[in-house]
Design a protein around this ligand. Structure first.
Ligand code: SAH
Ligand code: MG
Length: 193
């Protein structure tokens, strides 16, 4: 098995919620098509999506934030094994506390689903001209559109928040949003006008 498949297997066996195949393929196509160079990711987990994105092009540079120290450790190991240490920097930090003057072509938001608006506001000044935000899990396993699929009060609260955020990016005239409910777990590309 190749290394990236081992990382994917590890994630599946240990319930690490990495991007679905459809989502990551779509994101990688976008990165290649747009010739994206500088990427910021919120929510590294074990480095799967970072590694996949870095492999789209040899000159892509990624900063990625992860709050959980154990996952940071695993991500760094995986990135090292893939020989990508010089192109992917893992920051052990809550993404809303990550301060940088860097401008990114793509800011991929995949950390705490209830905090998407906070991450977006925090990084508004870090999007390059023509840069975009990409958000994952806007369907949250279909529960956002069918809340009766869950009995959990916490999950009901969470999907309500996701719905409010999704409606916000899809309707506010400040944004040019392409929302793809059928891609992976629901992905949106948002350009701030
Ligand atoms: N992007 C990864 C999956 C990320 S899962 C992939 O597709 O491979 C979401 C991750 O966000 C979890 O590892 C979780 O620990 C992390 N996270 C949650 N809240 C966070 C925050 N405030 N800042 C940074 N990371 C956070
Ligand atoms: Mg995700």
């Amino acid at each position: 098995m190749n290394k990236i498949d081992e990382i994917k297997n590890y994630a599946q066996e240990n319930h690490v919620p990495i991007m679905l195949d459809g989502g990551i393929e779509f994101l990688c196509e976008y990165i290649k098509k747009e010739n994206t160079k500088r990427i910021l990711e919120c929510g590294t987990a074990i480095g799967y999506s970072s590694i996949k994105m870095a492999k789209c092009n040899d000159d892509i540079l990624i900063d990625t934030c992860e709050i959980n120290p154990k996952l940071v450790e695993l991500a760094r190991q995986n990135i090292e094994t893939e020989g990508l240490t010089n192109r992917i920097t893992v920051h052990q930090i809550d993404a809303v506390l990550f301060e940088t003057t860097e401008k990114y072509d793509l800011i991929f938001v995949d950390a705490a689903k209830a905090q998407y608006k906070k991450y977006m506001e925090h990084f508004l000044g870090n999007v390059s001209q023509d840069g975009v935000f990409v958000f994952d899990n806007l369907c949250f396993h279909g529960i956002v559109d069918n809340p009766e699929l869950t009995k959990s009060r916490n999950t009901k609260q969470l999907v309500k928040k996701i719905k409010v955020f999704r409606d916000f990016i899809c309707t506010d005239p400040k944004f040019e949003t392409l929302y793809y409910p059928e891609v992976g777990d629901g992905v949106a590309i948002v350009k701030v006008k």
